[in-house]
Design a protein around this ligand. Structure first.
Ligand code: BDR
Ligand code: CA
Length: 340
């Protein structure tokens, strides 16, 4: 046997032993009742509901957030990175942040950002400081590839912005697709109208080509779209409870959410609150029993008036889990117990 084959054999033996020993450790932890953390990569376009989702995830003991990756979307990517760092600083947490895509795969830079929803700064004009913590060296797609390869079949990606970083990662290293445990995506509107056009939801229309690639890639995806997020409302009165805690981070979140709720007042008069889009994706990653899902093949329209539309069909492959119903009361209780 030549040296190369010998080396390959011993590497594969080592990997098999390492896998077996990780499995034994896990079994032991289960027997001892020790909670096993879910390792997460959290892809954001921080935005107000992204900020709420970050706080919810970071206060959830089931999740081990390995890092945040940022994308353009609610704001340009540099602002998305800055906002992510600012939220971490307010929450007093130090987690690596990797900057990602500043434009869509084929359409170039976004022409207009939704300032009427998320403010000039993306955080409801509440940002009165520059974060002192800095983003990590390296880019979002490479961080995703590296982490997934280091921890095969373990990592859940939660993606709550345009799907550009995920598309870039799978295009650069297609082999990671079979190594990702799950991808929970906030995006799309399968059986309901869109929120940017009558057809399209914001994250999908920001990069329809990336969304189409990701949703039809064969990755194990759960799609948390407007079908369910528009059934999860946070009412304004809850912000008083947040403020009453006296925490600086609670005041920060309450102030920006106030702005978000005012935007909702224009689009949904009389609602008295806002939808919890991105937080619901975190909720589903923690506990999938919050939602009912249906297996569907989902394609994204990339041309014409219906661009950004997510079309779900029972037939066709590959199929992903599309959330069609949510236990809103249970989810809201869970979210409120943790976000502050
Ligand atoms: C999605 O679009 C963004 O504005 C929000 O942060 C959320 O991810 C809702 O359509
Ligand atoms: Ca978002």
């Amino acid at each position: 046997m030549n040296v190369k084959i010998q080396l390959e054999n011993s590497v594969s033996l080592y990997k098999r032993r390492e896998k077996r020993s990780n499995e034994l450790i896990k079994q032991k932890m289960i027997l001892e009742g020790v909670e096993i953390l879910k390792p997460i990569i959290f892809d954001v376009d921080t935005g107000i509901d992204d900020a709420m989702a970050m706080a919810y995830a970071l206060n959830s003991p089931e999740l081990e957030v390995l890092g945040f990756t940022t994308c353009f979307g609610n704001v340009p990517v540099v602002d998305s990175t800055r906002n992510t760092l600012a939220v971490l600083e307010k929450l007093n947490r130090r987690i690596p942040v990797y900057e990602g895509a500043d434009q869509s795969l084929v359409r170039g830079k976004k022409k207009r950002y939704p300032k009427h929803v998320h403010g000039e700064d993306g955080l409801g004009n509440t940002l009165r400081f520059e974060p002192t913590i800095k983003a990590s060296q390296g880019n979002a797609a490479d961080f995703i590839i590296d982490q997934v390869q280091r921890r095969p079949h373990e990592i859940t990606i939660i993606a709550v912005g345009p799907l550009t970083n995920i598309a870039l990662a799978i295009n650069k290293a297609p082999m990671i697709m079979s190594l990702v445990k799950e991808v929970v995506i906030m995006g799309g509107a399968v059986n309901v109208p869109g929120n940017v056009t009558p057809y399209a939801e914001a994250n999908i229309i920001s990069d329809p080509e990336a969304a189409h690639q990701v949703l039809t890639s064969g990755l194990p995806i759960t799609l948390v779209g407007l079908d369910v997020t528009l059934q999860t409302y946070l009412l304004k009165s809850k912000l008083d409870d947040w403020r009453a805690t006296g925490k600086e981070s609670a005041e920060f979140l309450a102030e920006m959410t106030d702005y978000y709720m005012k935007a909702y007042e224009n689009s949904h008069p009389g609602l008295g609150g806002c939808a919890l889009h991105d937080p619901l994706a975190v909720g589903v990653a923690i506990d999938s029993s919050f939602v009912r899902t249906e297996w569907m093949n989902v394609k994204v329209v990339t041309e014409g008036e219906e661009a950004g539309r997510t079309i779900g069909q029972q037939d066709g492959e590959p199929r992903i889990r599309v959330c069609t119903n949510v236990e809103s009361e249970l989810f809201l209780k869970h979210f409120l117990e943790r976000v502050i």
